[in-house]
Design a protein around this ligand. Sequence first.
Ligand SMILES: [Zn+2]
Length: 288
Amino acid sequence: MLQELTFGRLENEFYDRKASDEDVVICVWKNRILLKREAEFQIAYPTVETVKKWADEKEWKAWREDAFQYVFRMQEVNYYLWMGDAKEPADDAYQYEEIRQFSQFETKDACFAACTATHLYTWYRNNRFCGCCQTPTIHDTKERMLRCPNCGNLIFPRISPAVIIGVTNGEKLLLSKYAGRAYTRYALIAGYTEIGETIEETVQREVMEEVGLHVKNIRYYKSQPWGRDGAVLMGFFCDLDGSDEIHLDENELALAEWHDRHALPAHDDGISLTREMIRMFEEGREPK
Ligand SMILES: [Zn+2]
């Protein structure tokens, strides 16, 4: 999975750290990331020094020290978010690319960094004002938190729990395809946890809503941070309980089918929890 392909731990402890010119900057614009393609399938992000130069030359919103927000450190590189208005870079070598396209790049540590930084960017951007009293929030200096100086409201990063579900029926696994989305490959049933619900209930509800099946013997497999959607994904396998007749929710899914363990039409891409779970079933290594 993506986060396992990095060659150093993501050091996500928060520090109130000023940016140095050689630090790396993630610029997010309309859910795309500013990057430079280097050797084939390799990518690089601009440094603080470069972004300062563009900010001056291209009239990006004049940068201040706090326009660079420290996010984390990985492989001895400090990552910052550009919190000013990101516009076209003053260097043709750089372009904004969709995170969705990142699986093609071999620089997996850089891809994971961008996904995770995007999660934080969305949180910082969406909480510039207090939701209680509308006062501009300020950044806490000791932990990753925003604070309202007027009413004392404390705002922490939001992580949404979601499940990925491998529904098994003996030697068969349920695969589906989403309806009306750009992603057209096979997937597993998935969904976000709702308020007041246990994770196990999310598994049962999502399977019932999307394909009309009862499940039992729910067992945990593994989790994956998925910053692009602000989520942490939790993978579960479970067994069909009762009828195997699928009643498709056509608003959510274009199809759902049972596939034999030895003839699965989807394979591990090394990136996603979904794909790893499909491989585990293919190899008979899913938790029993
Ligand atoms: Zn407030």
